[in-house]
Design a binder for this molecule. Structure first.
Ligand SMILES: [Zn+2]
Length: 460
């Protein structure tokens, strides 16, 4: 009997110590995260990005513009950094500068950094971004140059601050839903009020990443939507509907940082639009969709992060020759005329005309949450196709790491219009994309997913 009792005590102790050890291990070897934010609203009146129709610089603000950084670290110490910004887009030159600096200062590689822009059309113009769209004088160009230098410094300081605030956390994810995005190619904006059945496709998903500390306090809420931030087109700085959504969420959860990331909203607008009350309404709708996700069941992620990044060369069609460009000069105006003039100048100076473009594609696997981040302004059809392959739980970001152009599908290329054709001129590119664009991008995402060991689910 005595011997048995000793054995029982021995085994009980072993179980107790084993339990407490594994709980401790789990605590130490779980996720860590840090978050920080910085105001990037220009201090002076500057030219605003996104619309060619504006005729003067900014006048005041509706609310601040923000850059925010959320750093994740898995149980093995691998980090991932999500940067979100209330900006129209980020050109390659600035993104490369920033990502090079982050690699040098914090040892973060390209695969570990997702730099997303909200595509607000009420933010400042950056260096090298769509200058053909805007009638800028020399003083305004100098303002943009100075703002851009400051912005790059701010981002490095922001990431340093986020890294300095790392603590043990739990991370969970889930998709919510809201339906204010409208396919702007397949519906007529002027008739939207009278329309009773909207034509798709759209992606109404609201992906949410929740980061809580070990006491359950929400530290960060990153959320997305696939829809242009073009409700507002006035002269006051704002993050548009996404700005209002972030403000609403931070109000509802004091002490939380809300980060908005843009999805594949290339052909999606919030309609109707063009008023502050509507921007606020859509912001609240999006914030409510996030709340519904938080109130429901979320998927807790295992502390394992895998990341992959590559740039795939997308080819352009043969650009028009000088004769065709001269004919365009005679009949076109605005940005198309500016583009034709610039092409002629390049031909005359013998400057190199791009034949292809290195397009950034990225894949993250956080626990069993897959995240795809694409560059440019991808049309929603990419998100829909990727979800058919990887399942409806997939998170897809667009406008990430380099916003160089619209990213149409083969169908939209053939249809033409702004997203398929003329936007290439607004972006200062030499010609339409070749039809290989779609298989190249889809193939690259699949390649990266294999690289990090994703098995593709059977879900359709
Ligand atoms: Zn756009």
């Amino acid at each position: 009997m005595k011997k048995n009792l000793v054995l029982i005590i021995f085994f009980s102790l072993k179980i107790i110590s084993g339990q407490s050890l594994s709980a401790q291990d789990k605590n130490e070897a779980g996720w860590k995260a840090g978050v920080a934010s910085v105001i990037i609203t220009p201090e002076e009146s500057m030219w605003m990005a996104g619309f060619a129709a504006r005729t003067r610089p900014s006048e005041g603000k509706l609310h601040e513009l923000w850059a925010k950084a959320l750093v994740f670290e898995d149980a093995a110490g691998k980090k991932g950094l999500l940067i979100t910004t209330d900006l129209s887009g980020i050109p390659k030159s600035i993104s490369d500068n920033i990502r090079n600096r982050l690699e040098k200062s914090f040892n973060l590689s390209r695969s570990q950094i997702i730099f997303n822009t909200s595509h607000t059309h009420s933010g400042p113009v950056l260096q090298d971004a769509l200058h053909a769209l805007y009638p800028l004088n020399e003083k305004q160009k100098e303002q943009i140059r100075i703002y851009t230098i400051k912005f790059e410094n701010q981002i490095e300081a922001l990431v340093k601050k986020a890294l300095g605030s790392m603590k043990p956390v739990n991370i969970s994810t889930q998709n919510g839903i809201t339906r204010f995005a409208v396919n702007r190619r397949n519906n007529i904006e002027a008739k939207i009020d009278a329309q009773t059945d909207l034509k798709g496709p759209s992606d109404y998903a609201v992906p949410v990443i929740r980061v809580t500390d070990k006491k359950g306090k929400v530290l960060a809420l990153a959320f997305g939507y696939a829809c242009h931030n073009t409700v507002l087109s006035g002269y006051e700085w704002s993050g548009d509907y996404a700005g209002y959504a972030q403000i609403e969420i931070e109000k509802a959860h004091p002490g939380t940082t809300a980060l908005f990331f843009q999805g594949c909203g290339g052909n999606q607008n919030a309609l109707p639009r063009k008023s502050v009350p509507l921007a606020k309404q859509y912001g609240r709708e999006l914030a409510l969709a996030v709340e519904a996700v938080l109130e429901g069941e979320m998927k807790e992620l295992e502390p394992r992060l895998r990341t992959a990044y590559s740039e795939v060369n997308l080819e352009f069609e043969i650009p028009p020759g000088k004769e065709e460009l001269n004919q365009m000069l005679a009949k076109e105006s605005g940005y198309i005329r500016n583009w034709a003039l610039e092409m002629i100048r390049k031909y005359e100076k013998g400057e190199r005309i791009l034949t292809s473009y290195p397009y950034p594609v990225q894949f993250w696997q956080m626990g069993d949450q897959s995240v795809v981040a694409l560059g440019g302004e991808p049309v929603v059809d990419y998100a829909i196709q990727l979800k058919k392959i990887f399942g409806s739980g997939l998170f897809v970001m667009g406008y990430s790491n380099d916003v160089m152009a619209y990213i149409p599908t083969v169908d939209i290329l053939r249809e033409g219009g702004y997203e398929g054709h003329t936007s290439q001129m607004a972006f200062g590119l030499p010609a339409k994309w070749k039809e290989s664009i779609e298989p190249l991008i889809m193939g690259e995402v699949l390649k990266l997913s294999k690289e990090i060991g994703i098995t593709i689910p059977d879900s359709k």
